[in-house]
Design a protein around this ligand. Structure first.
Ligand SMILES: NC(=O)c1ccc[n+]([C@@H]2O[C@H](COP(=O)([O-])OP(=O)(O)OC[C@H]3O[C@@H](n4cnc5c(N)ncnc54)[C@H](O)[C@@H]3O)[C@@H](O)[C@H]2O)c1
Length: 313
């Protein structure tokens, strides 16, 4: 079952509706359920906009937009959403009570072989699956925003998730063109958000300590390591940096002399101070030069699709 064709999205806010675009663009039939009427009535517009964006940027064929759009059906209940589907992507509000309640409801109506996947960024599946009778088919499939453009999906098992569910989710996501990574155990923030959190703490600290402005810290990240990170992660980057000695050589020489003093100098605080927050707020105003959030998001997405083509084609 590498490519399942019938999926449900449950919760269709920022992430759920983007998953809807993604699944529809890849040929899946999508049942979309959202509890808030005012969000529910926006789903089809969001899907239409997302599909057109993909087509305009060469990420799907123009002549498939209409047929993909028609594969999305808005439904009025969880049980209707889960009728005849093989995979469910849950993207409701990030809260244990909400997740447990929706997983309990989904578990009660889904056929026994349906995978129930959550987009949760930070909650543990071991906790959520306690609400179900069949915890073995419950899993986290955490996307990066927006899932119809960014390829990463982090697959995280709970204590009771079966290996079969992990494998089937990985095959499904890989078969649709995502880049799945598997976590062998649960940790808050999975992989990518932990890396992002570690880096952001340091970026904040540099501003807080007046080492550099918000704008220059962002610039240093994007113009230097960021551009390389789109191609190679830290481990492979330093394997190359180690010359003939590779990563081990790098650890024995450059890391010891160059990185240890940096790590020794770094802070380990766990919440952002009021003064750092004020400096960041001031700095970001200068960085964006009056551009609106919509303008910035459009600029980002236009560039992102071009980058994706360079990286994956
Ligand atoms: N926003 C991000 O950048 C991001 C990235 C990756 C993963 N996530 C995860 O995705 C999930 C959704 O996040 P979001 O940013 O899309 O939030 P959101 O608030 O935009 O959307 C959540 C939607 O779920 C709906 N909802 C709540 N309870 C429901 C229920 N019982 N049945 C059906 N619909 C229900 C809400 O009405 C809302 O429209 C969260 O678990 C979050 O951690 C978010």
């Amino acid at each position: 079952m590498s490519v399942l064709k019938n999926v449900a999205i449950v919760g269709a806010g920022t992430i759920g509706s983007s998953w809807g675009v993604f699944f529809a663009s890849k040929g899946c039939k999508v049942n979309a359920y959202e509890s808030l009427p005012e969000i529910r009535e926006k789903i089809l517009d969001r899907v239409d906009g997302g599909l057109r964006f993909l087509a305009e940027n060469g990420l799907m064929a123009e002549n498939e937009v209409e047929s993909s759009f028609k594969r999305v059906r808005i439904v009025n209940s969880v049980s209707e959403a889960l009728e005849d589907v093989e995979y469910v992507q849950e993207s409701t509000t990030e809260d244990y009570d909400v997740k447990k309640s929706i997983f309990r409801e989904m578990d009660a109506v889904a056929n026994s072989d349906v995978i129930l996947a959550s987009s949760s960024s930070g909650l543990l599946m071991s906790e959520i699956q306690k609400a179900t009778q069949r915890p073995e088919r419950c899993i986290i499939a955490h996307p990066f925003n927006p899932p119809h453009i960014v390829r990463l999906v982090e697959i995280v098992r709970g204590e009771k998730t079966s290996q079969e569910t992990v494998e089937a989710t990985r095959r499904f996501m890989g078969g649709l063109g995502k880049t799945p990574v598997i976590l062998n155990k649960e940790v808050p923030g999975h992989i990518a958000n932990r890396l992002a959190a570690a880096l952001w703490r340091e970026a904040i600290d540099l501003v807080e300590n007046d080492v550099a402005s918000v704008e220059d810290v962002d610039k240093a990240l994007c113009a230097g390591p960021g551009i390389r990170w789109a191609l190679m992660g830290s481990h492979l980057t330093y394997h190359l940096g180690g010359g003939e000695g590779g990563l081990e050589g790098f650890i024995d020489t450059i890391a010891k002399k160059g990185f240890t003093p940096i790590w020794e100098d770094m802070k380990t605080w766990t919440s952002i101070s009021g003064s750092a927050k004020s400096k960041l707020a001031e700095g970001i105003k200068r960085e964006i030069e009056g551009k609106s959030l919509a303008e910035l998001a459009q600029w980002r997405d236009d560039k992102l699709v071009k980058l994706l083509k360079v990286i994956y084609e």
